[in-house]
Write a protein that binds this ligand. Structure first.
Ligand code: TMP
Length: 209
């Protein structure tokens, strides 16, 4: 299903790609133009989802099984879709989501090797085919990204996974972009914050025409 009345835009990227900063700057810019933006994040964005997030990112659960991890991400997403995304889109709002389904494909399918059928089933039966109108993929090489992330906050459970895992995640994202060139736009986040923001504003201009 496409975007109902509102606009659903997602932001993705490997660790340390600077998504949060760019989303904040973009939301401030669009708010100054009188757009009402709803900012959400995954996992999280609801009271239940934030609790699930705390479990998912807790370093003490370093032995979490791949399926436990998958289902927790999907559980948080199911709640977010029903409680926030669908109602907001039905009200005609602009919804920015910091990660969505592509993250599950990049991390759990490409990174951890979970079969894509589980994600497809969720998309079909729980998300009812909800697909972002546009996805900005902020790309960064794994070494630089992990270094950036480590310098800004203590490493979480996912960030602690090895470099090879994160390389599979990045390649997974780039592969997704290749398969969905109309929806997923890749922006290198190696440029300055201002230049990256300029590029993103150029890409979203189409949606806000
Ligand atoms: P964040 O760093 O963007 O807040 O995301 C939290 C972590 O969760 C990040 O390491 C990516 C990971 N993640 C998945 O592994 N699968 C998912 O479906 C989502 C939404 C996030």
């Amino acid at each position: 299903m496409e975007n109902r009345k509102g606009k659903f835009i997602t932001f993705e990227g490997p660790e340390g790609s600077g998504k949060s900063t760019q989303i904040r700057l973009l939301a401030e810019y669009l708010s100054s133009k009188d757009y009402k933006i709803e900012l959400l994040r995954e996992p999280g964005g609801t009271e239940i989802g934030e609790k699930v997030r705390a479990i998912l990112l807790d370093v003490k659960f370093d032995r979490m099984s791949s399926f436990c991890e998958l289902y927790l991400y999907l559980a948080a997403r199911a709640q977010l879709i029903e409680e926030k995304i669908i109602p907001f889109l039905n009200e005609g709002k602009v919804v920015f989501c910091d990660r969505f389904i592509d993250a599950t494909i990049a991390y759990q399918v490409c990174g951890s090797g979970v079969a894509p059928d589980f994600v497809d089933g969720f998309q079909k039966f729980v998300a009812a085919g909800l697909t972002p109108r546009l996805t900005i993929l902020l790309d960064i090489d794994v070494e630089t990204g992990l270094k950036r992330a480590a310098s800004s906050h203590p490493q979480d459970r996912l960030e602690k996974k090895d470099v090879i895992y994160h390389q599979r995640v990045r390649e997974g994202y780039l592969e997704l972009a290749k398969k969905n060139p109309k929806r997923i736009k890749v922006v290198s986040s190696l440029a300055s914050i201002e230049d990256v923001q300029k590029k993103i504003r150029g890409l979203i201009a189409d949606v806000f025409k």
